[in-house]
Design a protein around this ligand. Sequence first.
Ligand code: MLT
Length: 278
Amino acid sequence: MQSTGNDIKITVDGNTICYDDFGSGTTPIIFIHGFPFNKSTWQPQMEALKENHRVIAYDIRGFGNSSATDENFSINLFADDLIKFMDALQIQKSIVCGLSMGGYIALNAVNRYAKRFEALILCDTQCIADSEMVKDNRYKTIKEIEENGLNQFATNFIETAFCEETLKTKVNAVNTIKNIILSTSQKTITKTLTALANRQELCFSLPQIFIPALILCGREDKITPLKQSEYLNDHFVYSTLHSLDKAGHLSNLEQPAAFNKYVNEFISILNPATVAQI
Ligand code: MLT
């Protein structure tokens, strides 16, 4: 049975997982946020799509209002959480939409639990693992955070994540993201940096994925650049790529209207009966 609303709590693998669940439809769209954010970053998509679809956004363990047990994090663990979360909500199949780290989790889950997914939406993400240089940077960042806290990390992240135009014109959105980072526990951030550094490359798997994929990427994404999305699009069996002008790494927040239009078009093709008027 579906509980509808904001901030619903459910126990998954010993953790409280907090989620929003709106709308109705046979195959829900599950949104997975990036690092180090929370489910609220999907609000423009939840609002736009809930009239015609069941939409669910959850806080990954340790983020937002979800709790985390002591064990180490990994992308495998987060992907297992997604499946256990779907089990707890009695969702047999979903359309999964992940941004950046959310995309790593979605791609991992689709690989290991193919039957549980009808379609895949990957936003500002990639299939490569970290290079040695990127790993070293993550370990330096962990040390920096342990010594000095989150302030400098949050400032650097914001400056890299958003495009120039967003930094100038969407000051409230930028500050909201900064506050989300600052309100995330230091332990969650350092444990996730380690999980990101240790994640496996999944590029080999793309030609073996037979569900349709939509790929979206901000043209000015400096963290997971557009060429990574082009690679995904060149190697999936069924995929479409759209790049978004005046958007960096958080394309869903920087250009929500264009982003929602592409998502809606994609879902409508999967099931023409559910065309949303957005
Ligand atoms: C994210 O937005 O999820 C992260 O920037 C991903 C990463 O650092 O690889």
